[in-house]
Design a protein around this ligand. Structure first.
Ligand SMILES: *Cc1c(COP(=O)(O)O)cnc(C)c1O
Length: 342
């Protein structure tokens, strides 16, 4: 895989650290858990979209775009990282936010990633849940083009073959890191949503013949749909990279047992994962993605899915900014914080 053949604006802080989580491993009593810190990619509180945007924003720049448009859920980490990347390049950014959760919470609608979108100078508009958001975005893009703007549109999650290059590259980075450390990786686990992360990883791991199985923990779609989305995008990504045929259908595995009520709605397991990572490792997960992935990891360890002598890598895809959109999910006892009356 020769990534220099593709335009790229390399601003992510790479390689991201690969660290053991010994306190959490000991608590759970299963395999040794490691964490690949893609929450530390360096752009506006970090996250996995930065790796994809390195390739996407380079295409935008090559075509001379003065405006990038993207879309996501209200608390989209992708929208926030796109807004920050555009600011860095001096481009305008316009975002369509989909009301996927119907939450009326003030913090959900205006704090967290939404606040950061505006701090980065992006403009935004809202859509009701359930629309074809990529189609909505193209309509808006047409209006801007009529005004003479040069517009580059980025699909939800930055998940197309260009964006997925970022995760094919991450697969190579992870394997190089583990080789340098003498660490044998038995499985890689991460949250999967718009599919670009898993598609890129599966192509990258297969293309270098790493023999590392990958498990995506779903946050939205049912298993057949999630795996199909990842597989289709993996085929397109392999094609783009010049290694068609490296990925087979059975290489794509998603477990969607941890979605709960739906996308963006915290589950008990996800709240527990946030608390355990925070209190045993000092690491912040987010309630929409990484904590649902973490909940899957924790539950599978408890069920004995992994062997005790295995090394399991949890890819931390970021998202902690969304915590501030979910303050109500973490109601804690505030009585100790009152100043005592005389
Ligand atoms: C977008 C996102 C994911 C999922 O990645 P996809 O490439 O969309 O599957 C996981 N975690 C976080 C924090 C994200 O923002």
């Amino acid at each position: 895989m020769h990534f220099s053949r593709f335009p790229r604006i390399a601003i992510a802080h790479l390689p991201t650290p690969l660290e053991p989580m010994d306190r959490l491993s000991e608590l759970l009593g299963g395999p040794r858990i490691w964490i690949k810190r893609d929450d530390c990619t360096g752009l506006s509180t970090g996250g996995n979209k930065t790796r994809k945007l390195e390739f996407l924003m380079a295409e935008a720049k090559e075509m001379g775009a003065d405006l990038v448009i993207t879309q996501g859920a209200t608390q989209s980490n992708h929208a926030r990282q796109t807004a920050a990347f555009a600011a860095r390049l001096g481009m305008d950014c316009h975002i369509l936010l989909e009301d996927r959760t119907a939450s009326k919470e003030e913090d959900y609608n205006y704090n967290g990633n939404v606040l950061l979108d505006f701090l980065h100078g992006a403009t935004a508009e809202k859509r009701a849940g359930g629309l074809d958001m990529n189609a909505e975005m193209e309509k808006v893009a047409e209006e801007f083009r009529k005004e003479g703007r040069t517009v580059y549109t980025i699909p939800g999650g930055g998940s197309n073959a260009t964006g997925a290059l970022g995760y094919a590259n991450a697969a190579m980075e992870l394997v190089n890191q583990s080789n340098a450390m003498g660490l044998k990786i038995d499985k890689l686990v991460h949250a999967t949503g718009s599919a670009g992360t898993q598609a890129g990883l599966v192509v990258g791991l297969k293309a270098i013949n790493a023999n590392i199985p990958l498990l995506g923990i779903g946050v939205r779609a049912p298993k057949p749909k999630q795996e199909e989305n990842v597989y289709k995008l993996a085929l397109a990504t392999a094609e783009k990279l010049g290694c068609p045929g490296v990925v087979e259908r059975e290489d794509v595995v998603a477990n969607t047992d941890y979605v709960g009520e739906g996308y963006g709605i915290p589950t008990e397991g996800c709240i527990e994962a946030i608390e355990l990572f925070a209190q045993y490792e000092g690491i912040l997960l987010d309630p929409v993605y990484s904590a649902k992935g973490g909940a899957g990891l924790i539950d599978l360890i408890r069920k004995g899915y992994f062997k005790e002598d295995e090394n399991i890598i949890f890819l931390h895809t970021g998202g902690s900014a969304a915590l501030f959109g979910y303050t109500k999910a973490f109601d804690f006892d505030k009585s100790a914080l009152q100043i005592a009356a005389e």
